[in-house]
Design a protein around this ligand. Structure first.
Ligand code: 4AD
Ligand code: MG
Length: 431
C-alpha cells in the first residue's frame, strides 16, 4: 500500500492509501466519527464508520486527542460538498504519538497567547493558508525576474553602511569594527547591476524601529531589483508588471487557501497593470480637500494619509516625486525641480499601506559625494559605493518590495505578524 500526501489524493480516487497526519479536530456520534486530518500538504476529512471498522478501531478513532500524530488508512472518495473535493473512508487508524492537552483548542484565544505559541499556531488552517500564499509569492517572484532576464544576487547581511538612514540600525560587533544588520541590500545591488545588468535580491532586512503597527516588523524580507540603463518611468512599469504577476499567480495557484482565508478575490482579480500614478504634490492637495489639515507639503505620509489616498482607487497606486528632504541620499533629483526626487512609493489597496519604495539613483560623482556629506554619512564607509559613480556610471533604478506587507494584502490578513512564520516584533523575540 502506498503512503501518499493529502494533496496527491486526486490521483488516487477509488484506491486504498495510507497517509501520515495530525488530528486537527474531530466530531463523532455513537456510530460515526469525522476526523479533520492535516499533513502539511492539505486538510482532508476522514470518515470512520463503526459498522465498517469494528468496535476496536472505532474506539481508537473516537478517542484521538487533538494534534496526535497518526497513520490513517482508507479509500479516497470524491466528496463534492467539501471545497477540497475528496475524503478518506477510513479502514485503519494507528496512533504514532498522542498529544496531551494541546494548548490551542478550537475556542478563541487572545493574540498574545497565540503569539507565545507561534510554533504551534503555525499548524492552524488560517496560518497554513497564509504560509502557502507566502510561498506562492516567493515562487512567482523568482519566476517573474528570471523570465525577464534578471540575475539573483545575494547582498551581505553584515554591513558597514546604512542606506535608509542611521536612526534604526541594529549594531553589532564585527571583531574590532562596528557592523550593522542590513536594512536594505540596495547599495550592493547597485554594484551588482553594474556587473550583471539586471539583478534582484531576496533576503531578510532589519529595522530597529520602535514601531508596533500592523505594518511593521523588526525583521522582514525584501525583494530588491536593480536595473542598469533603466530610468524612473520604466522602473514603474517593471513594478506594476511584477505586482500583477504575483497577484495573478496567487489567484491561479492558491484558490483553496484564499477561500479558507475568506479573501474577497473579486478585489484581487481587478489587479492588472498599469496602475494609477499621483504626484506627491497632487496627493497633498487631495488630502487637504479631504480635510486632512495635519499634513503640509514636505511632511511624510502617515498610515491614515496613505489609506485615504488608496481608497480612491481599486488598484495599487504610485505616489511619485516626493520632497528631497524626506527621502534617502541616493535618489536622483528631478531634472526640472530641485525640491523633489525621481521616486515612487506603491500603496496597496484596502489600507495595507506602502508595499514598494523605489527610485532612480544618482549617477553623478560630485552630486553623490555632496549628498553623502549632507546626510552626515561616513565617507570612508561609502568609498566603494562612490566608485560606482566614478567608473562608467549609468542611469539606473531599483526598488524594494516588502514581502510581509504584500502577503498581508493578498491574503487579506489584518496584521503582518501573521505573514512571517516567526515574526520579530517590538518586544517579541520568543519563540
Ligand atoms: O521604503 P524602504 O525603506 O526602501 C528601501 O529600503 C530601499 N532601499 C529599497 C530599494 O530601493 N532597493 O523599504 C521598502 C519596502 C517598503 O515599501 C515596505 O514594503 C517594506 O520594505 N518595509 C517593511 N515591511 C515590514 N516592516 C517594516 N518595518 C518595513 N520597512 C519597510
Ligand atoms: Mg519607504
Amino acid at each position: 500500500m502506498k503512503t501518499i500526501m493529502i494533496h496527491e489524493m486526486a490521483d488516487h480516487v477509488g484506491e486504498t492509501v495510507r497517509i501520515g497526519a495530525w488530528l486537527a479536530n474531530k466530531r463523532s456520534s455513537g456510530k460515526i466519527a469525522f476526523l479533520q486530518l492535516r499533513d502539511g500538504s492539505g486538510f482532508v476529512q476522514g470518515v470512520v464508520v463503526k459498522e465498517v471498522v469494528g468496535e476496536d478501531i472505532f474506539k481508537t478513532a473516537r478517542g484521538i486527542s487533538q494534534e496526535s500524530s497518526l497513520y490513517i488508512t482508507g479509500e479516497v472518495v470524491v466528496d463534492e460538498r467539501s471545497s477540497f473535493g475528496y475524503e478518506l473512508q477510513v479502514s485503519d487508524v494507528e496512533i504514532i504519538r498522542e498529544a496531551v492537552d494541546y494548548p490551542i483548542t478550537p475556542k478563541n484565544h487572545g493574540t498574545e497567547f497565540l503569539m507565545d505559541n507561534r510554533h504551534l499556531w503555525l499548524r492552524s488552517r488560517k496560518q497554513h493558508a497564509v504560509m502557502k500564499v507566502r510561498d506562492e509569492i516567493i515562487r512567482a517572484t523568482y519566476e517573474f525576474f528570471h523570465m525577464n532576464g534578471f540575475v539573483k544576487v545575494d547582498p551581505p547581511i553584515l554591513t558597514g553602511s546604512s542606506p535608509e538612514g542611521t536612526s534604526d540600525l541594529f549594531e553589532t560587533n564585527y571583531f574590532d569594527e562596528k557592523a550593522y544588520l542590513s536594512q536594505s541590500g540596495q547599495l550592493y545591488m547597485e554594484a551588482a547591476a553594474m556587473a550583471l545588468g539586471k539583478v534582484f535580491s531576496f533576503g531578510p532586512t532589519f529595522r530597529a524601529e520602535k514601531s508596533s503597527t500592523r505594518r511593521h516588523l523588526i525583521e522582514f524580507w525584501m525583494i530588491e531589483p536593480e536595473m542598469a540603463f533603466v530610468e524612473h518611468a520604466e522602473s514603474l512599469e517593471v513594478q506594476e508588471q511584477f505586482v500583477t504577476h504575483i497577484v495573478q499567480s496567487v489567484l491561479e495557484n492558491c484558490s483553496l487557501e484564499l477561500e479558507r482565508l475568506g479573501r474577497d478575490v473579486s478585489k484581487l482579480e481587478k489587479i492588472q497593470a498599469p496602475f494609477p500614478r499621483i504626484s506627491y504634490d497632487d496627493a497633498i492637495e487631495f488630502l487637504h480637500e479631504k480635510g486632512f489639515d495635519d499634513i503640509q507639503w514636505g511632511d511624510d505620509f502617515g498610515a491614515p494619509h496613505e489609506t485615504a489616498i488608496a481608497e480612491s482607487y481599486d488598484m495599487p497606486v504610485f505616489i511619485t516625486h516626493y520632497p528631497i528632504g524626506i527621502k534617502p541620499f541616493y535618489m536622483q533629483p528631478h531634472p526640472d525641480r530641485d525640491d523633489v526626487v525621481l521616486c515612487a512609493d506603491l500603496i496597496a489597496p484596502e489600507g495595507y499601506g506602502e508595499i514598494i519604495g523605489g527610485s532612480e539613483r544618482i549617477y553623478d560623482y560630485e552630486l553623490m559625494k555632496q549628498r553623502i556629506k549632507e546626510h552626515n554619512l561616513d565617507e570612508e564607509a561609502y568609498k566603494w559605493y562612490l566608485d560606482l559613480s566614478k567608473y562608467g556610471a549609468v542611469p539606473h533604478s531599483g526598488f524594494g518590495l516588502g514581502l510581509e506587507r504584500t502577503v498581508a494584502w493578498i491574503s487579506g490578513v489584518e496584521h503582518v505578524r501573521e505573514t512571517n512564520p516567526f515574526p520579530r516584533l517590538l518586544n517579541r523575540l520568543y519563540p
